[in-house]
Write a protein that binds this ligand. Structure first.
Ligand code: NDP
Length: 670
């Protein structure tokens, strides 16, 4: 008997008591593994995640979680040859496996690095500015995100057994939410192998990840209001899950990514001779053949100006003729097999339905003889631009339909008939066409790629979701959204509006809020190391008078001789100033002169300012004072220094703020 897949639940490997259901290999149809989830106590698995995994993650800051993801990503890359070998049995060529395996590990690394830069070294994330709620400044509001106390349950599709679970795991893990992974059965053996290596690595805290191979039993019945369900697969299953009583009753957060009839448009500004024409054709062929077209983001509809339908078909044919379908890893093979012969039957059924209004112009709707789920690419031409089928039927394989369009408005209208897609691409050399089509398509799409000869060399391609960009789409595409950098992390957290006094808000959010206490103990805060410094530590300095000579000198010295600083008559006519004013940058420079402590000390560098605003013009002989307050302190895990954000307010002799900003410094830990 072949390998009986195990699940990883409640801290151990679970072997099903029965012999399971066979999983057949894509390449030779032979049995690769058996799968069953019999005997798993699903309610107990959820409970374990909530009571063991959740608390373990809650003890770590965003930065500590990020460091673990990075270690894990590197460990998986170091073992990828083993994963590639197993991946070939799913029908994937090594190029396909690169997308799945390296893409999955790369997503962990991308998230780790984003989190260190964009999230605090804390467990709470502050969202947006403090909102003043009372005239006297004693009552303010702040939105903040905290980790939900539930479980992220993933139900994945068969086409990306590695990337599919890692791209969902990374944001949930960073958010401090434990995950239960349920891979699609046809390729679960690859997920199980990678998962096994993850557990062996010991990198992730116990309970933060569990694996269920086989059906989910009564798992969904036990989902509650802190849990979420992340689904990728067919629209049919998505609809079933969405209507599940526990999901409806408990308002379980659900995100779905389902079938998507993605379009690629060739701009009406192009001719068959334009360099962009070739880019269009090449991209279409890549999307038809990568993963044998089994990508939720692959191009299903090729929309081209009516006059270019035949030239596009000929150019695609010429390229498809060079594609060699066969056993992954064999000499010269450029396209592997579909995931199973059952899946191939589904694809051919869809092709026959498409033939109602389209004709096959490359390939054939006949499965080749012999074992294995091989199928050569199939290109169809739509015979009527009003046909419904190409916009409704998804053939989840190496299949695309060329559809002619009359003008740009028609192209937008046809694309929208897909009722919402994950991605669309547009190939054009004309910025006016680009704006019209992108704005026309955007409401129906999660991502739009504009390709031309300027970005083609660096383009990551139509079909590649990226960790930093959102992945998902409205309507038929499932209505969900994943990834998108830190946006994806926040999906797993709860946003709460907190109303309180400034002092309370400072204590709650760990970030100094205007109006809360400022501490002046006689020691300049720049003389304090990161461990000595406290939020609220303040230095007040000034006054410093700004003379006409200062302004003249600054103008001459920097070359900034804008008339408002140098020409009294012209400056007097300026409706905002009514006379000579100091340069904003002079004000900021004088403020630095007031607050800086010059001797060597723990402050290592000033790496920028944020949110600089000049609020009141500074006139000749005005006097400036500055107040600098430690607002946020962020140690860097792998360095002997950290970041300090200083709230900075420069005022004039009347106490009016003339400039406000955050100064950003690097400060030694000790
Ligand atoms: P399914 O929707 O059948 O399966 C997707 C996942 O859902 C699998 O893990 C499956 O598990 C699980 N599942 C199925 N039924 C249930 C249920 N009642 N309760 C809980 N979990 C369930 O999609 P397939 O993977 O079979 O693919 C079918 C079609 O979906 C493709 O032909 C394609 O059209 C589309 N698809 C879309 C993708 C996208 O990313 N948008 C990706 C892949 C497919 P199990 O495998 O154990 O049955």
């Amino acid at each position: 008997m072949s390998r009986l897949l195990q699940s990883y639940v409640r801290g151990g490997w679970h072997t099903p008591p029965d012999s399971g259901t066979p999983i057949l290999g894509a390449v030779d149809g032979g049995e690769v593994a058996r799968i069953s989830s019999t005997g798993i106590d699903f309610a107990a698995a959820l409970d374990y995640a909530r009571t063991v995994g959740g608390p373990a993650l809650a003890r770590l800051t965003f930065h500590e979680r990020a460091a673990l993801l990075k270690t894990l990503g590197l460990a998986l890359l170091a073992q990828k040859e083993e994963f590639y070998a197993e991946s070939r049995r799913t029908g994937a060529t090594d190029r396909d496996s690169g997308i799945d395996i390296d893409g999955g590990a790369g997503t962990l690394l991308s998230y780790a690095s984003r989190a260190k830069r964009e999230l605090p070294n804390d467990t709470v994330y502050l969202d947006g500015a403090v909102e003043p709620l009372g005239k006297r400044g004693t009552f303010v509001g702040q939105h903040l995100y905290t980790s939900r106390r539930g479980v992220a349950v993933q139900i994945n599709a068969f086409n990306f057994p590695v990337w599919g679970f890692l791209e969902k795991l990374a944001p949930a893990f960073l958010a401090g939410v434990p995950t239960i992974v349920k891979p699609a059965s046809p390729t679960a053996y690859l997920t199980e192998l990678v998962f096994r290596r993850i557990i062996e690595s010991g990198v992730l805290p116990e309970g933060s990840v569990q694996l269920i191979c086989g059906g989910v039993g009564d798992l969904l019945d036990h989902l509650g209001g802190q849990d979420s369900l992340l689904f990728t697969g067919s629209a049919h299953t998505a609809a079933l899950l969405r209507a599940h009583p526990a999901i409806v009753r408990n308002s379980v957060r659900m995100t779905a990514e389902a079938d998507s009839l993605n379009a690629s448009i060739l701009g009406a500004d192009l001719t068959a001779e334009a360099p962009e024409f070739d880019l269009y054709v090449r991209q279409l062929v890549t999307e038809m053949t990568a993963k044998a077209g089994q990508k939720c983001t692959a191009i299903r509809r090729a929309l081209v100006p009516e006059a270019l339908v035949e030239p596009v078909i000929e150019a695609v044919r010429a390229r498809l003729d060079k594609v060699l379908v066969g056993t992954p890893g064999a000499e010269g093979v450029t396209m592997g097999a579909l995931a199973s012969t059952g899946q191939r039957d589904e694809v051919l059924k869809a092709v026959r339905a498409l033939e109602t209004s389209s004709s096959i112009v490359v390939g054939s709707a006949q499965a080749p003889e012999g074992p294995g789920a091989f199928l050569s690419p199939i290109l169809l031409r739509c015979n009527s631009s009003d046909a419904a089928e190409p916009h409704e039927i998804e053939a989840f394989g190496p299949v695309a339909t060329v559809i002619g369009y009359r003008d740009t408005a028609h192209a937008i209208e046809l694309t929208a008939r897909g009722q919402g897609s994950l991605v669309a691409s547009l190939v054009t050399a004309d910025p006016t066409v680009a704006r019209e089509i992108v704005l026309g398509l955007a409401p129906y799409h999660g991502r739009v790629l504009v390709l031309n000869s300027e970005d083609a060399k660096e383009s990551t391609g139509h079909g590649s979701p990226l960790p930093v960009l959102v992945h998902g789409g409205p309507g038929r595409a499932g209505g969900g959204e994943e990834l998108g950098g830190i946006r994806g992390v926040l999906h797993h957290m709860q946003r709460t509006a907190v109303q309180a006094s400034p002092n309370m808000l400072t204590a709650i959010g760990g970030r100094w809020v205007t109006g809360s206490a400022q501490a002046e103990d006689g020691v300049h805060p720049f003389r304090k190391s990161l461990v000595q410094l406290r939020i609220g530590d303040t230095i007040r300095s000034g006054p410093r008078q700004v003379t006409g000579a200062d302004i003249d000198h600054f103008a001459e010295f920097t070359g900034d001789t804008f008339y408002a600083h140098t020409d009294p008559v012209a400056a007097a006519a300026n409706p905002l100033f009514g006379g000579i004013v100091a340069h904003g940058y002079l004000v900021v420079s004088l403020a630095a002169g007031l607050f800086v402590d010059p001797a060597p000390g723990p402050v290592l560098a000033n790496f920028g300012v944020d949110n600089l605003r000049f609020r009141t013009p500074v006139k000749v002989d005005d006097s400036l004072s500055v107040t600098l307050t430690a607002k946020a302190i962020t140690p860097r895990a792998s360095a002997d220094y950290g970041e300090v954000r200083w709230d900075t307010v420069v005022t004039n002799q009347d106490g009016d703020p003339v400039a406000t900003y955050d100064v950003l410094t690097l400060v030694a830990k000790s």
